[in-house]
Ligand binder design. Structure first.
Ligand SMILES: Cc1cc2nc3c(=O)[nH]c(=O)nc-3n(C[C@H](O)[C@H](O)[C@H](O)COP(=O)(O)OP(=O)(O)OC[C@H]3O[C@@H](n4cnc5c(N)ncnc54)[C@H](O)[C@@H]3O)c2cc1C
Length: 443
C-alpha cells in the first residue's frame, strides 16, 4: 500500500493492534498512526484504493468486529483539546480521552458530558450516543456536538454540521463509526464545577433491601442526580481491600450536580438508610474528580464480553429476578450495572440525531469474562429481563458477540431505515465496516 504504517511481522504490530478490551483479536493489513487529519484522509484513500475496510481505534474500549484485512487507523497521536470558556465549547481531536477534556475545562468551572471512565475516548463515546453523569440533566453527549470534521469514504475531509449536511450530521451522532473517521469536533461544555458524589457499598445481607430501595428512589430522583447500581462479587485476592474481599457487594454510584449540596445530601441519606455501608465516599467534590465515582478499571487490558438491554420502569418482581440471577446467592460469574436513564436522555435534542433508546428508564449492562459458562449465566439474566425490555439495546454498552445483528435494537425502526439509506449514499462500498453494521445481514 502506498502509505506508511505498521504491518504483520513488524515488532510493534501486536502492541498497536491491541486495545483495552481484548475480546477481539484484530488482524489488520496495515496500522496507520495518524498525527493529523491529512494522515487520516491519506489512510482512508489508500484503503479505498485497495478496496480494504477502514477501522479506527483510539483506546480500544469499544471493539465490535475484527479489523481483519483492514487499514486500522490509530488516533492516539491526534489528541489536542482547546477550550473556549467564553463560548463554553471545546474543540476535541480524534485521539483525546475524557480525562483530557475534563482537565482542560475544570479551571473555567466547566464540565463536558463525559461518562463513567475518564479513559474512554471522546469520539468513540460521542459517536455512539454517550450516557454520562450529567446525562439526565443535559442529554446524550451526541446531543451537544456543534460540528464534526470527518473523512468520508471518498477520502474527503469536510466539516459537517446541521447546515452543511443535515443528513450526515444526523447519522454521525448515534451511528458515526459507520459513516467516516472523525478527526475533530466541537462539543458544548456546561457550568458544573462541583458534584455531591461518590459511592455507597453494602454487604450481601443487605443486597435485596438496597436494590428495592434504589429502584423506588431512582424513579423519583431529580434530573440533577445520576445514579447506578453495580452487583459484583470480589475475588478472594489480597489485592482487594479486606472489607470487600471475597464478598458479593452492592455498589451505588451517585453524582448530584445540583447547586444545593445539602439537597444532594438529603437525597443520598435516603439510600444510606438502606443498611450499614462497607464504604461511603459520597462527598462534595470538584467535577474534575468525577472519575473516582465509578473508579472503572484502567490500565491493564481485559477480555470483557458486554451485553445490555434497555428497560422500562422496573416494577413487579424485577428486583427479585435480578437478585435471583445476579445477587449474593446466585454466585454470578459476571458483573451487572443497572443505570438510571430518563430526564434529558428521554427528550429529543434541539438538532435531532440518530441516537436510540430515549424510551429507556434504565440500562442493564452485564459483563462476563471469556468462559462460556460465565457468558451463559449472564445471558440467563438478560433473557429473564425481557418482560421489562423496551426492545432496545445501547450501542456503547454492546459487546462483540452479537455485533452483526444488533442494529435493529440500537435504533428506532424509522431511523434504522433512514440510516441504511444514508449508508448506501455515503459509504456504498462499505469502507467503514469495522463497527456495528447497519445492514440486516451484518454488512
Ligand atoms: C470502563 C468503561 C466505561 C464506560 N463508560 C461509559 C459510559 O459511562 N457511558 C457510555 O455511553 N459509554 C461508556 N462506555 C462505552 C464506551 O463509550 C464505548 O466503548 C466507546 O465506543 C469507546 O470509545 P473509545 O474510542 O474509547 O474506544 P475504541 O475501541 O478505540 O473505539 C470504539 C469504536 O468507536 C469508533 N471510533 C473511535 N474513534 C473514532 C473516530 N475518531 N471516528 C470514527 N469512529 C471512531 C470505532 O468504530 C471504534 O471501533 C464505557 C466503556 C468502558 C470500557
Amino acid at each position: 500500500m502506498d502509505i506508511e504504517g505498521v504491518g504483520p511481522g513488524d515488532s510493534r504490530y501486536d502492541t498497536l493492534r491491541a486495545g483495552f478490551n481484548l475480546a477481539v483479536t484484530h488482524e489488520p493489513a496495515l496500522i496507520v498512526e495518524a498525527r493529523s487529519a491529512d494522515d487520516v484522509a491519506a489512510a482512508v484513500a489508500a484503503a479505498t484504493g485497495e478496496r480494504r475496510p477502514v477501522g479506527v481505534m483510539n483506546t480500544g474500549h469499544g471493539p465490535s468486529v475484527p479489523a481483519d484485512g483492514a487499514v486500522l487507523i490509530r488516533t492516539g497521536g491526534l489528541s489536542g483539546v482547546q477550550v473556549d470558556p467564553g463560548r463554553r465549547v471545546a474543540r476535541v481531536e480524534a485521539g483525546a480521552c475524557w480525562r483530557d477534556v475534563i482537565a482542560a475545562a475544570a479551571p473555567y468551572g466547566l464540565a463536558p458530558l463525559n461518562g463513567s471512565s475518564p479513559d474512554v475516548g471522546v469520539a468513540g463515546y460521542t459517536l455512539g450516543g454517550g450516557v454520562g453523569l450529567l446525562g439526565r440533566r443535559f442529554g446524550f453527549a451526541a446531543d451537544h456536538v456543534h460540528w464534526m470534521d470527518v473523512v468520508t469514504a471518498d477520502g474527503r475531509l469536510q466539516r459537517v454540521d446541521a447546515d452543511t449536511d443535515p443528513d450526515l450530521f444526523w447519522a454521525l451522532r448515534g451511528a458515526g463509526a459507520n459513516f467516516g473517521v472523525v478527526t475533530a469536533m466541537e462539543i458544548a461544555l456546561f457550568p458544573v464545577a462541583t458534584l455531591y458524589g461518590g459511592e455507597l457499598c453494602f454487604g450481601p445481607e443487605h443486597s435485596d433491601d438496597v436494590l428495592q430501595a434504589y429502584l423506588a428512589w431512582a424513579c423519583t430522583a431529580p434530573e440533577t442526580m445520576a445514579s447506578s447500581l453495580l452487583l459484583l462479587r470480589y475475588p478472594d485476592d489480597p489485592a482487594v481491600p479486606e472489607r470487600l474481599r471475597g464478598q458479593h457487594v452492592t455498589h451505588l454510584r451517585l453524582a448530584d450536580s445540583g447547586d444545593d449540596a445539602e439537597a444532594g445530601r438529603t437525597l443520598v441519606d435516603e439510600l444510606r438508610a438502606a443498611g450499614p455501608r462497607l464504604v461511603d465516599t459520597v462527598r462534595p467534590m470538584p467535577y474534575a474528580d468525577v472519575g473516582t465515582i465509578h473508579h472503572d478499571p484502567t490500565g491493564t487490558p481485559v477480555a470483557a464480553f458486554d451485553r445490555n438491554v434497555l428497560l422500562r420502569d422496573l416494577g413487579g418482581d424485577a428486583a427479585a429476578v435480578i437478585t435471583k440471577l445476579a445477587g449474593p446467592d446466585a454466585d454470578a460469574p459476571f458483573l451487572v450495572e443497572l443505570r438510571a436513564w430518563g430526564g434529558a436522555l428521554a427528550r429529543q435534542p434541539a438538532v435531532p440525531n440518530a441516537v436510540g433508546g430515549r424510551d429507556a428508564a434504565f440500562s442493564l449492562l452485564a459483563i462476563a469474562g471469556p468462559p462460556a459458562e460465565d457468558r451463559a449465566a449472564r445471558d440467563r439474566l438478560l433473557a429473564a429481563m425481557e418482560p421489562w425490555s423496551t426492545g432496545g439495546s445501547y450501542l456503547n454498552f454492546s459487546g462483540v458477540e452479537h455485533a452483526t445483528t444488533l442494529a435493529a435494537r440500537h435504533y428506532r425502526p424509522d431511523d434504522l431505515t433512514r440510516l441504511r439509506a444514508l449508508k448506501d449514499r455515503y459509504d456504498p462500498g462499505r469502507t467503514f465496516s469495522v463497527t456495528f453494521p447497519l445492514d440486516a445481514a451484518g454488512g
